[in-house]
Design a protein around this ligand. Sequence first.
Ligand SMILES: CC(C)(COP(=O)(O)OP(=O)(O)OC[C@H]1O[C@@H](n2cnc3c(N)ncnc32)[C@H](O)[C@@H]1OP(=O)(O)O)[C@@H](O)C(=O)NCCC(=O)NCCS
Length: 414
Amino acid sequence: MKALEGVRVLDMTHVQSGPTCTQLLAWFGADVIKVERPGKGDATRGQLRDIPDVDSLYFTMLNHNKRSVTLNTKSESGKALFTRLLQSCDVLAENFAPGALDRMGFSWERIQEINPRIIYASVKGFGPGPYEDCKVYENVAQCAGGGASTTGFPEGPPVVAGAQIGDSGTGLHLALGIVTALFQREKTGRGQRVECAMQDGVLNLCRVKLRDQQRLTHGPLKEYPQYPHGTFGAATPRAGNASGGGQPGWIVKCKGWETDPDAYIYVIAQAAAFDGLARVIGHEDWLTDPEWNTPEARLPKIDEMFDEIEKWTQTLTKFEVMEVLNPLNVPCGPVLSMKELSEEPSLRATGTVVEVDHPERGPYLSVGNPIKLSDSPADVRRSPLLGEHTDEVLREVLGMDDAAIAQARADRAV
Ligand SMILES: CC(C)(COP(=O)(O)OP(=O)(O)OC[C@H]1O[C@@H](n2cnc3c(N)ncnc32)[C@H](O)[C@@H]1OP(=O)(O)O)[C@@H](O)C(=O)NCCC(=O)NCCS
């Protein structure tokens, strides 16, 4: 049995943020019925295509374990079918531009009338306020939520992260909101509205930077590279690769960095493991030198310290550095490329990286469920073709017979 077996999700999501959420619910066992526009479907089916006329990896990697139904929710007969689907589902999830479902005639009030038990979950770019009507994509959210302002090097411009904290990050938040609302419904019998704004999701993930904004009013941020030689302005600055947790850390070069853009390792020079680190890099002298042998003494010379660490790491590969530093309890992590991650046997063994077969594109790699439940295994099934399950869902969920399905097709509702 899977954790969310018996939960049915009417999935009106598209692009990335919403599909991330409903894919998680599907992996946990929910029956996720993806409603797509007839003939078009989710725009990502056709975006960044690597093989002509085949669903893109963008789509296939965000829509595993779902069923696809085509339904024109703007036509009268389509609306009637949509209303019946709402009556049969536990959750409605969507991430259209603001007001799109209202324009179709499905306000929250109307949806509650149709099914008082339903949970209506949405991702929007912004919450109520000056930008509530704006359309938003990943990098807009990273900029508006504090991610870009606090990422990059002090002397450089704001930078967006490679991790999709705006889209996938908000999808994760929404999934938690949905299961929490389902849990509450167990007690109250009522559904509720669940809303996540991408700006809010990014800001939540940037929590420590708001922490630092407030610390700044009480003096310089001593773990930032601006201390003690640079200056601080009015806002939390960009900190390069400095560790946000109060332990000095930096990315240093390893053997081969001249030609390999990922020959780097992150090293944390934590006080608790400093003796071993100093010895291994050939600086046993630091252990007795009052200029070096306390965290306070080292603080103004962090860059010099990492220069010395880097002289040593450059003599070894990032994996050799790991082998030496881990037994010394020095926290460190290699900069792994997407190629290395896709080939990593331990990630294949846990199902975090999976190979999935697809009838039109053949086998492809995907990221499986990163959340492991001991009693709810997540098998990763391929994404559906556009409208692959239309007849099946109309028959099974709405109890329609062949004649009624033929009529829906004649009405161009599906
Ligand atoms: C992502 C986003 C910018 C895309 O905008 P877009 O491509 O213009 O798409 P929209 O969401 O506006 O939807 C387009 C239209 O298709 C319609 N549509 C969607 N599914 C339909 C269906 N099955 N049948 C009929 N019409 C449908 C919508 O109702 C909407 O029509 P309207 O503009 O007349 O109201 C926008 O959806 C958005 O801001 N979403 C919220 C934030 C978000 O999730 N962003 C991250 C995306 S990863």
